[in-house]
Write a protein that binds this ligand. Structure first.
Ligand SMILES: [Zn+2]
Length: 796
């Protein structure tokens, strides 16, 4: 209906539902780019890229007389429109092409750039500058957020998807991986080879990838027949098994959990040295840090499973459907975190899941101490975009049902296949699939911030109008303003009785104060009470319980996390009042966090009973429990020395290092024996061997000092270097022989190396002798522009 002449009326939009953020609209663009073909060759010694990129497109408007492509620092040699030279102008941000006559819609065309670049970001040359040639030599990319534009001139925003094609010519001694299917490999004269990869479905440019290095590849298949290519270093083939445990099973899991088959033809995973993050979900080809390429022993400390599952889930959430702009980031990160958690639950069980959820909730509550920015805000931060969002999806599952959510998400994925999404698309799927409009849930958990803070008072078995009953009085105490109000959530209340039976009720808590009544069955006596058993809800809660109730809860609550909460509430109790409880926990519980909590509470107990429990902990089957027992053993180490020494041969490198550090500090006379036992072990980042040389150097052996200086240098990956800098700092060593290693680390593009190195330098700059040497080294060397930018802050 159209009413002519109607006077504009003031409309009351429900603006409180959406925390409006300016400047987050999707980028505008005059072309729909359909295909991007990239041809590349390299001069790795010069960190030089030579490329030709062709964009096939259809204009989105009539009269397009200028088109901008992102490409900071790229040197354009030639620009062609439909194969003919075209006028262009470069700027610090990229290149603008001026078609004459103007382009018009429905007219497909192409723009080609021939170019060179020495990218400061986006594409990294690793190990080519190691004068001894010990380092691995690689070239690899990291496109997210907006860095692929540094080595490919392109429309580098997520809201235009295109098929891509990568044709790379390089030394035939290396292997090359890019997105999509390997169409062919051609040998050229002169010892080079050309690899040709192509995507068959469109994706966003930040997901374009390249990795070049010396690799072996093992291929497995999923149940559905998808090839899963496991890339590895040929000198570390033994690491394929521990690193890629569950690799094909994960793919089947996410397909089942979403109801949407894996969206691409194949899936590859490739480790690279000095990676900036844990992993990156490039379409069909995840890149991850080679510190996660673990052997059988390092598997116990940190392995690839969590990162691998997260990046895999992104193949659906991020790659198949892609957030249109910043406020949708949680549609990628929260979902990848959530499905990785569900996969790990399927492998590690319910206790693991409860603990993982609790850690996510704690991360969100911690972030709220700073501010209460919604997860859809560009300033939400990683604790919200990853952990809080994953915890919110858990609540979506418990609130609306697991099967219901699976259908909603499956429909949402299918409706936006190979396209862009925003949060409202998920909301719409609730309407289309379940006929629900969960405004309240999206409002309080997604569009607004904060979490509920409940205060719970429990009144045990009193007379009420309807007979005897227990009462829960729930008050919402969180700060209320435009960012957060009263929360509405279904909450379960449980009362457990001394005869082992229980009563349970679920009520929607929405008011500031709600009294929930749980009738007491005839002749029952209350043992303990639970508010939100299992800890499904992201919240803080103040529920003070008497000691007897906590004792009953730690012994009898069904779910691990409820037993854990009761145990943690006993921290301030004196040892004699809980020794039996802690013994019972150590004997009965199987989950590591329960035993670790018990051991931390045993730490002050020097009685025979306490010592026996620590001894038990040192022999536990799980590495983190043995580590907790080592931490708890401080006051009674002499009584458990045999067990502690046995950990010098532990299956976990982290445990071994912890035992070596503790024992050598306590028993200097025995240290030569400890060093002899641990001499051969290395571990991720050479954790054991760096410590070994630190201890040995502390005993006056200068050859170990030289070894640590070596470990800090360019021949090693960043974790070893960071560990070596930490050891050298404790040893107070910053002499001339270290300068080359230190400055190369301070000028590294990898912040995980650069920042610890800068902190090392800052520490020694405070001592005048070292300050002079550092300043002199800085001024007596020539630096590239990129190096100078990174080094300047330390010497201003
Ligand atoms: Zn992610």
């Amino acid at each position: 209906m159209l009413v002519r002449g109607a006077v504009a009326q003031e409309v009351a939009y429900p603006t409180e539902r959406v925390f409006v953020e300016r400047g987050t609209a999707p980028s505008e663009h005059p072309l729909d780019i359909r295909h991007m073909r990239v041809e590349l060759s390299f001069d790795p010694a010069q960190k030089l890229v030579r490329g030709t990129v062709t964009h096939l497109f259809v204009p989105l408007r009539p009269g397009v007389d200028s088109v901008f492509f992102d490409g900071p620092g790229i040197r354009i040699r030639r620009a062609l429109l439909g194969g003919h030279d075209v006028r262009y102008r470069t700027s610090p941000e990229g290149v603008t092409v001026y078609p004459e006559p103007a382009l018009t819609w429905d007219t497909p065309d192409s723009i080609t750039f021939q170019y060179e670049a020495n990218p400061e970001k986006g594409l990294y040359f690793v190990g080519w500058d190691d004068p001894r040639g010990l380092s691995r030599k690689q070239i690899w990319s990291q496109g997210q957020g907006i860095d692929n534009r540094h080595w490919i001139p392109c429309y580098d925003r997520p809201n235009d998807k295109m098929t891509t094609e990568m044709i790379v010519t390089f030394d035939s001694a290396y292997s090359v991986l890019s997105n999509g299917t390997l169409l062919g490999v051609r040998d050229n004269p002169g010892g080079t080879r050309t690899w040709h990869y192509r995507m068959t479905h469109p994706h966003s440019t930040y997901l374009v990838m390249l990795a070049i290095g010396v690799y072996g590849v093992r291929t497995e298949r999923t149940r559905a027949g998808v090839p899963v290519n496991l890339w590895y270093y040929p000198d570390q083939e033994d690491r394929v098994g521990p690193t890629y445990r569950y690799a094909p099973a994960m793919v089947d899991f996410v397909a089942d959990a979403t109801g949407v088959p894996y969206p691409w033809e194949s899936y590859s995973q490739v480790p690279v040295q000095d990676f900036l993050y844990g992993g990156m979900e490039n379409t069909t080809a995840t890149v991850y840090g080679d510190f996660l390429l673990v052997d059988r022993r390092a598997f116990h400390d940190r392995n690839y499973i969590a990162v691998g599952a997260h990046e895999l889930a992104h193949q659906w959430f991020g790659d198949f459907v892609t957030a249109r702009s910043g406020p949708g980031t949680w549609l990628q990160e929260s979902f990848a975190t959530f499905y990785a958690k569900l996969f790990q639950k399927s492998v590690f069980g319910e206790d693991w899941y409860e603990w993982a959820r609790r850690e996510e909730q704690n991360a969100a509550l911690e972030a709220s101490k700073q501010n209460r920015v919604p997860i859809t805000h560009s300033a939400a931060g990683s604790a919200r975009v990853y952990q809080k969002g994953s915890a919110v999806l858990d609540m979506m599952m418990s609130t609306f049902g697991a099967d219901e959510l699976r259908r909603v998400i499956g429909a949402y994925l299918r409706a936006h296949a190979y396209a862009n999404v925003e949060t409202n698309d998920l909301y719409q799927s609730f309407q289309d699939v379940l006929g629900l409009s969960p405004d309240w849930f999206f409002d309080e958990w997604i569009y607004r911030g904060g979490e509920p803070a409940y205060a719970v008072r429990f009144t045990d078995d009193v007379n009420t109008d309807g007979g005897r009953a227990s009462l829960f009085t729930v008050t919402q105490e969180q700060k209320r303003d435009g960012l957060a109000g009263l929360f509405r959530m279904p909450v379960t209340f449980e009362v457990h009785y001394t005869d082992g039976t229980s009563s349970r009720t679920t009520r929607t808590i929405a008011d500031q104060t709600t009294v929930v009544t749980v009738p007491t069955p005839e002749g029952r006596t209350v043992a303990f009470a639970l508010f939100d058993p299992g800890g499904l809800i992201l919240k803080s809660v103040d529920f003070q319980k008497p000691a007897a109730m906590l004792r009953a809860q730690v012994e009898r609550a069904t779910l691990m996390i409820d037993r854990y909460d009761a145990l943690a509430a006993m921290r301030s109790w004196p040892p004699e009042s809980k020794r039996e409880i802690l013994a019972s926990v150590m004997g009965r519980e199987t989950f590591h966090a329960m035993k670790e909590e018990a051991l931390s509470q045993i730490a002050g107990d020097t009685t025979a009973g306490g010592i026996a429990l620590i001894r038990e902990g040192l022999r536990d089957g799980e590495a983190t429990v043995r580590q907790a027992a080592l931490r708890a053993s401080g006051r009674v180490l002499s009584a458990v020395r045999v067990e502690a020494e046995a950990l010098l041969r532990d299956s976990s490198y982290a445990t071994e290092a912890q035992a070596l550090e503790l024992l050598s500090a306590r028993y200097p006379a025995e240290t030569p024996r400890y060093l002899a036992w641990t001499k051969e072990d290395k571990g991720t980042g050479h954790i054991v061997n760096v410590l070994w040389h630190e201890i040995n150097a502390g005993r006056g052996d200068t050859s170990s000092l030289a070894r640590l200086v070596d470990y800090a240098g360019v021949s090693y990956e960043f974790m070893t270097r960071v560990n070596a800098f930490a050891a050298l700092r404790r040893l107070g060593y910053c002499d001339a022989s270290l300068m080359g290693a230190l400055f190369s680390a301070m000028a590294s593009p990898n912040p995980r190396l650069r920042e610890p190195a800068a902190s090392f330098a800052a520490y020694f700059m405070e001592q005048s002798r070292y300050r002079r040497a550092l300043v002199e080294y800085y001024h007596s060397h020539a630096w590239t522009a990129a190096e100078a930018t990174l080094l300047a802050p330390a010497f201003k």
